[in-house]
Each structure stands twice: as C-alpha cells, then as structure tokens.
Design a protein around this ligand. Structure first.
Ligand code: GMT
Length: 376
C-alpha cells in the first residue's frame, strides 16, 4: 500500500505514534509518505520505503497569520497525485482532518477518489477541539472521515458524547517496541545525580498545564519527609518556569533536576525508580507505557485512558487528580517494599509485551486501512 501520514513533527505523543507507525509500516513493505511542516523528530535516520514531503508555508503581507491548514491541503494534493497514494492517515484532528477533507473534495472534483482516516489522540478532542471556534469543524471533519480511530476506549466515548457523533470509531491503542524500551541498567550519569543511592522519581511531558507537573514536585516533597529522593523532569514547555519557581520555594532546587528535552529516554528511565503521571487529562499516556516497558511502576491520576493502561495494584497505583498525599503514600509504599516493587515492575514489563507490543497493534492499523478501502 502507498500510505500518506500527516502528523505534528514535534515531541508530542501523537507525532511519536504516527512516526513509529510509519516506520513499522515501511518495515513490512508499505510505502509511507510523511507530509508535515518539518521532518518528524523520531525520523532521524534513513528508513527504506519512507519519504518526507515538507509543507511550505507561504507568507504574504496580507496574511497576518500563517495559513498552515491550507498549505497542508495543497501539499496533500500534490503527494496524492504524484505518488498515487492509496490512503491518507492523519494524526490529531486539528487541522489535519479538515485539511484532508478538503483535499478529498478536490480529488473528487477532479474525478479521483481518496479515502482518509483520522486518528484521535487526546487534546484534539478533550481540550483544543472543545473551543467554540473549533468544535463544529472538528465534529464535521470527524463525521466526514472515511475511518476514525481513537487511542483508548475513553477517548472513543468522549468523542461520541462531547461532539454528539454517531459514527463507528475503532479503538487502536498505542504500542511500543519492547526490544528498545526495556530495562538496560543504570547509566553512569545517573549515579552522579544520586551519589548516595537516593531514589529517583521521574516524569516526562510537554509541561503543559494539563500535565500538572507541579504535582510531581509536591509528591517529591512529601516523599522526602521519609526517604531521600530526587525527581528528574524531562521535557519542556509553558509550565517549566513555574515548576522551577516551585522547586526553589519548596527548597528542592537541588533535588528537582530539569533535564529539558532528551532523546536518551530509555537510558534515563532505566536508571529511575518510579514514573509519576499526575495529569488532569490523559487519553492514553504513552510516556507511562514507555516507563512500564522499562520496568518502572507508575503512580498516576485516575483520568482518561490511564486506567486502561495502568492496572491499579498490579503495575502501579492510581489516585484522584490532585491527591498528592495519596500519590506520595503510594510512591513510598513501592519504595519501602522491595517485593511489591519487583512484582509491579515485572507485571508492567509483561503487560507492555503482552498487550501493547508493536507486533500486536500495528497489524490492526493495516486491517483497518483494508476495511476502509473496501467499504463504499
Ligand atoms: O497533549 C499531549 O500530551 C500531547 C498529545 C499529542 O497528541 O501530541 O498527546 C496525546 O496523545 C498521546 C499519543 O496518543 C497520548 O499518549 C496522550 O495521552 C495524549 N495526551 C493527552 O490526552 C493529554
């Protein structure tokens, strides 16, 4: 098959999933054409069967704001025509599904036929898409998609109820390559961060308010009342300054380590003890899956799709949003009880392998493409 994939090329989860999917599809012989404004950051090395088409964003004095959605449609049209795509798969509804819909209509007007699939990832439905200025467009673009997938049952239900949509939505959870995401032992640089054997909590995100990163700092503060521990924060974003300020205010400037954006996630995770995900909303929680696969029990909030990923009392613990005391208590329980810790760690690795392994999930996308292509 010749598959076009559009995604955000940055560090966000939807771009990661789209890129890893494209790599897997290319690996099994499909031809994959990425269409985006920059090379997806997970596409650093050359991969056979993968092509990249950059969307040029034209500027004109009259256009005070960039018209990315329209430039994207034009590039989609070019790729559909010249590469003879069988299907277009867009990740994150805004504006990708709308651009794809427009491209489809133009192809149709020219006597052609193109089907497109929209994969919903999270904030496109739960946050950004609910803005009054976007809602009707998101609803329309989902309804007009030839196929729609969601990364969790939670997200599927939210889409159907929030947008009053009656449409079949296929749930295809996110996936992981457990040959890459696995425990590889503690790297030397982490020994320097925790020279006296301090326990290491870790959190990775885009530091948006929805991630509640300050809660992770407050959990550390509670944990440190009983045992020496530090917190590694990976990623960057709007809340980082506020988090740095909070760390200083709590006297934790040396104990909270801001690593910024990092590519060596497996190395870092492998040297840490517990992954914290105190999010306000989380449709799936890909970074929690990455941590689980590396052997880290996860302590998270009970929101969105997290209970579909983390089994409470088996691979981690789940608490109410903002319940810092409980999350700290759960963290201490794991750190103080090595037997429980070990069993949670093993259960998480097993769950990543048995339920979310790429070889189990990626074929679901291929079957879904075939189903959509075969329907009228
Ligand atoms: O908001 C983000 O965290 C980024 C966002 C994205 O689309 O880039 O992540 C969403 O998609 C990820 C991949 O499917 C999911 O693992 C995240 O749970 C989801 N984020 C939220 O729902 C907040």
């Amino acid at each position: 098959m010749k598959i076009g994939i559009t995604c955000y090329p940055t560090y966000g989860g939807s771009g990661v999933v789209a890129t890893e999917l494209g790599k897997e599809l290319a690996n099994i012989g499909h031809e994959v054409h990425f269409i985006s404004y920059a090379l997806p950051h997970r596409l650093k090395a050359f991969v056979e069967n993968i092509y990249f088409h950059e969307v040029e964003i034209s500027s004109y004095p009259l256009f005070e704001h960039q018209l990315y959605g329209l430039s994207l449609t034009s590039k989609m049209l070019e790729v559909i025509e010249f590469e003879n795509l069988d299907i277009l798969h867009v990740h994150y509804a805004i504006p990708h599904a709308t651009s794809a819909y427009l491209a489809k209509q133009i192809v149709k007007k020219n006597g052609g036929n193109l089907k497109f699939i929209t994969t919903l990832h999270g904030t496109d439905i739960t946050l950004a898409g609910l803005e009054p200025s976007f809602l009707p467009l998101v609803k329309f673009s989902i309804e007009e998609s030839d196929g729609v997938t969601a990364v969790s049952r939670f997200l599927k239900e939210k889409t159907l109820t929030n947008y009053h949509i009656e449409k079949e939505i296929e749930v295809i959870p996110n996936f992981i390559d457990t040959d890459i995401y696995k425990p590889i032992g503690c790297p030397d640089f982490l020994r320097h961060i925790a020279p006296n054997g301090e326990k290491l909590l870790v959190h990775t995100s885009n530091f948006r308010p929805v991630k509640r990163v300050p809660d992770a700092i407050r959990i550390l503060s509670e944990v440190r009342k009983q045992i020496p521990a530090k917190l590694l924060l990976i990623g960057d974003g709007p809340d980082r300054s506020e988090c740095e300020r909070l760390s200083r205010e709590l006297g934790l400037q040396k104990e909270v380590i801001f690593l910024g954006k990092q590519d060596s996630i497996v190395e870092i995770l492998s040297g840490c003890d517990i992954f914290l995900m105190p999010s306000q909303s989380e449709s799936f929680g890909l970074s929690a899956l990455e941590a689980m696969a590396c052997g880290l029990p996860v302590v998270s909030s009970s929101v969105g799709g997290l209970p579909e990923l983390i089994i409470h009392n088996e691979t981690g613990y789940i608490a109410e949003i903002g319940d810092i005391q409980r999350m700290a208590k759960y963290t201490l329980n794991l750190l103080n009880k090595p037997k429980i810790y070990d069993s949670f760690s093993k259960n998480g690795i097993k769950r990543a392998e048995k339920i979310f392994h790429k070889d189990l999930i990626v074929p679901n996308y291929v079957s879904y493409y075939e189903k959509v292509l075969n329907q009228d």
